[in-house]
Write a protein that binds this ligand. Structure first.
Ligand code: NDP
Length: 331
């Protein structure tokens, strides 16, 4: 079988040479384990942090060993009572075509509810991040004006649509190309802009008008966060989900120069990890299944075929080549 290994730690933007496609032997199944034929693997921005050798909330990847991350596939052999051949499971041993997984670390997904890829995206970790970040962390309420950055991405596109579904008075999104801006308007965003078209502060101010914004869902950090602080209303809330504009930085990045605005505006700025939001998973799964079924929420996917293209998919993700969820189809 084949897997992708990290051979060196990226300096700044990752390059193909940081990765290697390796042939390996599958270990024999132990009691309690399953063998999964992976159908899709998830490609996520947080993986960039794990490629650095620094202590963080998620352990660094080891060199010359397989990378890991979310994947979904079919159980093709089982030595577990809990899971049987034919079950479809989500697990954390992606970046390989086949994975040997402890059954306790695999989660079965309901058959027939949605295409399997959705369980890595809108119905999976991505969707829960959007849902819990907006509703629980930012404490969104009907009537709020919401701004989300990285809005055409996997998390951002769901945030905007959930906000609309829950009664936002206005949803503004920013993204990195005219095509993505057009897509956001199709998905029901009230306003959208390309952050390359001019300073974020100016474009956001125009989109938000005198009213300003109540909630900022931050996927990007940096200039976007500074711009949002400037237009947040008194009592405004920020969910700090990601800071992708800084993930490839090799030097410390400057903070928002206007952070002191948080005092006078009595802002709540909260960072969060989806792993800390699992208590909302059941509520989320039920709501999202309904929204997908009735078309309230739509999701895009950008799919590259073949494990050998996984490093490129990751490089492309950081470059913004994806619309919606970035995935690699493995079988
Ligand atoms: P996306 O699908 O949004 O893909 C990443 C996108 O980031 C790219 O498509 C690109 O779009 C954008 N981007 C890249 N560089 C920049 C830049 N310099 N400035 C602005 N935008 C940039 O990925 P996800 O939806 O999976 O993740 C979105 C964010 O959420 C990330 O920051 C991620 O780390 C975070 N996250 C956090 C979680 C948590 O538990 N806190 C869980 C999951 C995700 P564009 O063309 O618009 O530039």
């Amino acid at each position: 079988t084949r897997e992708i290994q990290l051979t060196s730690r990226p300096q700044g933007r990752p390059v193909q040479e940081n990765f290697r496609l390796a042939e390996t032997e599958l270990p024999e199944l132990q009691e309690g384990q399953i063998l999964v034929r992976n159908e899709f693997m998830s490609v996520d921005p947080y993986m960039r942090g794990r490629m650095n050798d620094v202590k963080s909330y998620s352990a660094p990847f080891r060199l010359d060993a397989a990378l890991d991350g979310g994947a979904v596939g079919e159980v093709i052999a089982s030595r577990s009572e809990a899971l049987k051949v034919g079950d479809v499971v989500v697990h954390q041993f992606g970046w390989r075509e086949y994975s040997v997984v402890d059954a306790a670390k695999a989660t079965p997904v309901p058959a027939g509810l949605a295409p399997t890829s959705a369980f890595l995206g809108a119905l999976g970790m991505t969707g829960l991040t959007a849902y819990a970040g907006l509703l629980k962390v930012a404490e969104f309420k009907a009537g709020d004006v919401v701004f989300v950055s990285g809005a055409a991405g996997a998390v951002g596109s769901i945030v905007g649509q959930v906000a609309k579904a829950m009664g936002a008075s206005k949803v503004i999104g920013s993204a990195g190309s005219p095509e993505k801006v057009a897509r956001l308007l199709e998905l029901g965003f009230d306003a959208a802009f390309d952050y390359h078209d001019g300073p974020v502060a100016k474009q956001l101010r125009e989109a938000a008008g005198e009213r300003g914004i109540d909630v900022y869902f931050d996927n990007v950090g940096g200039e976007h966060l500074e711009a949002a602080l400037a237009v947040l209303t008194v009592g405004g809330r920020v969910a700090m989900c990601g800071a992708i504009s800084q993930y490839n930085s090799t030097e410390p990045t400057p903070g928002p120069r206007n952070l002191a605005l948080a005092i006078g505006k009595q802002l709540t700025i909260r960072g969060f990890l989806v792993s800390g939001q699992r208590q909302h998973a059941a509520e989320f799964a039920e709501k999202m299944a309904g929204w997908l079924a009735d078309g309230t929420v739509r999701y895009d996917e950008t799919i590259l075929d073949g494990l050998e293209n996984a490093p490129q998919a990751f490089i492309d993700l950081l470059d913004g080549a994806n619309t919606g969820k970035m995935l690699v189809r493995l079988h």
